[in-house]
Design a protein around this ligand. Structure first.
Ligand code: GLU
Length: 502
């Protein structure tokens, strides 16, 4: 029988959530939803030294913003809980001891000082087959000595015993056949002196306990796969081993190596999903959300980092991604991150969004500037007029604030020099003929007619008119602006500007 699809996103709560992490969550989620499976959020918090308070809540909030809702998680609960590894601590030791009993792991009593001395003495020291017989562990000490040390509660760790001269081979759903030489792998710690498991032990024990069917994770975990595979085998769970799916790296814009938070800081773009404030330093790192990305656009651009549906289509909703997602179409090669392209996605999403979908965000943006927008039907019209010009959500402020208040200043330089009393006369006349019944097209017609009567070219009048209404040389069609502002406001602006142009 086919195993039921159960996948997990297993972040460590150590800080902000990198976009690569969100993409891993997304691919897990898409695969689960595509196959009517279960998507699990498991918090891997066994490394107490790297634990950062608030990081778990932050991860959950980032996923929720993206619309990626776990079926099972610390918050949502589930039948396979707890979903925080620190709360599963008692379940791990037995497996480490089982591995000792079967000869696949051993107690190591080397003190941190002894290990440091060794590292100084031997360059690139690895605790493994070449060195393990010179160390203080249950392979070199007698059974009695080990028993005594354990009885005295001597601090110790448990290490996996990596076999010599073997190849650990497996099928990766993206990479195909992958093989690792065991002689190059060190005897990783499985259980630490504080009784906590390391990532390697916890991940295998939990993936088994939670009946995980497929492991989607970043390529940076590929070197850990042979250790995990050996553990699955040594623990006798071979038959239940999940399938492996190592996702391509997300690369720096120039393609040279993995994209890091530092690259974002250096090149001026976000790498985290949402703003993250480091609780220790108080440093704020900006996120995609606060910079003005729509969650749909963010999810869309992440999906395209290493996946496509085989056509030229680039814009996908989350529902469409679920329908079209397939592991076969994930590429092996790393995907370069291009912030300009990311902004392109957001622009496309804003253009395609209904004004009603943008209303709350736009109002909140203005509110943050101290401007309350009360007339929703007016604001919706404004949004429709300017959305094609907005790449990031804050652009709505600069692109539309003149709809809600008189221009604070005019780009007088753009009209000066060419300004004449004839033009002023024209605008007074134009102001006088405007009526409530006129459409934007009617206004334009009247504008041209009057220009001809005044022996002026409409082309010379359009820019001054725009500056009167907007303050600057930008915005949608000037008659659409006038129509949306309404006759009274248009008249007011003409007369205020005429005074300013003199
Ligand atoms: N805790 C690991 C991380 O932080 C999980 C890796 C895995 O999925 O096995 O990414």
């Amino acid at each position: 029988m086919e195993k039921k699809v159960r996948v997990r996103f297993a972040p460590s709560p150590t800080g902000g959530l990198h976009l690569g992490g969100v993409r891993t969550a997304l691919f897990n989620y898409l695969f689960a939803k595509k196959h009517n499976g279960t998507f699990i959020l498991r918090v891997e918090d066994t490394d107490q030294t790297r634990f950062v308070s608030g990081a778990e809540e932050y991860i959950e909030s980032c996923l929720a913003w993206c619309g990626i809702h776990p079926d099972e998680s610390p918050q949502a609960g589930g039948e396979y809980g707890p979903y925080r590894q620190s709360e599963r601590k008692p379940s791990y030791r037995q497996y480490a001891e089982q591995l000792i009993a079967s000869g696949n792991a051993y107690y190591a009593f080397d003190t941190p000082e002894e290990l440091d001395a060794k590292r100084k003495e031997v360059p690139n020291f690895l605790y493994g087959q070449a060195s393990r017989m010179q160390m203080r562990n249950s392979l070199t000490l007698s059974a009695d000595e080990v028993k005594e040390l354990l009885e005295q509660n001597t601090p110790h760790v448990i290490r996996i015993r990596i076999p010599e001269d073997q190849h650990v081979s497996f099928m990766d759903m993206i990479r195909g056949h992958v093989s690792f030489d065991t002689n190059l792998i060190d005897d990783k710690v499985l259980l630490k002196a504080d009784g906590m498991p390391t990532y390697h032990l916890a991940v295998v024990v939990d993936d088994k306990a939670m009946e995980i069917s497929h492991i989607f994770r970043g390529e940076e975990w590929l070197p850990s796969a042979p250790i995990h595979i050996l553990l699955w085998r040594y623990l006798g769970w071979d038959d239940e081993m999940p399938q492996w799916v190592h996702l391509p790296l997300i690369l720096k814009p120039d393609g040279n190596g993995k994209l890091s938070k530092r690259d974002g800081d250096r090149l001026g773009f976000p790498v985290y999903a949402q703003n993250w404030t480091d609780p220790k330093s108080g440093d704020l790192t900006k996120g995609f959300k606060e910079l003005g990305f729509l969650p749909g656009a963010f999810v869309n651009l992440l999906a395209m980092l290493g996946w496509n549906d085989g056509t030229d289509q680039e814009i996908f909703s989350l529902a469409e991604l679920i329908e079209k997602f397939s592991v076969e179409r994930i590429s092996k090669a790393g995907a370069k991150f291009d912030f300009e392209k990311a902004k392109w996605y957001n622009h496309e999403w804003i253009k395609r969004a209904e004004a009603t979908e943008l209303l709350a965000t736009v109002k909140a943006g203005f509110e943050a500037q101290g401007i309350t927008l009360n007339d929703d039907s007016y604001t919706l019209k404004v949004i429709d007029l300017v959305k094609d010009r907005c790449t990031l959500l804050p652009d709505f402020i600069s692109q539309s604030e003149y709809f809600f208040a008189m221009p604070a200043s005019y780009d007088v330089a753009a009209v000066k020099g060419k300004w004449t009393t004839e033009k002023a006369t024209f605008f007074n006349a134009f102001s006088a003929v405007l009526t409530e019944e006129m459409s934007a097209a009617d206004m334009e017609e009247k504008f041209k007619e009057l220009a001809a009567e005044h022996a002026l070219k409409p082309g010379e009048l359009m820019l001054p008119f725009r500056i009167m209404l907007v303050g600057g040389k930008f915005g949608p069609g000037v008659f659409d602006i006038a129509f949306t502002l309404g006759i009274e406001e248009t008249r007011n602006r003409i007369s205020a500007a005429l005074a300013a142009f003199e």
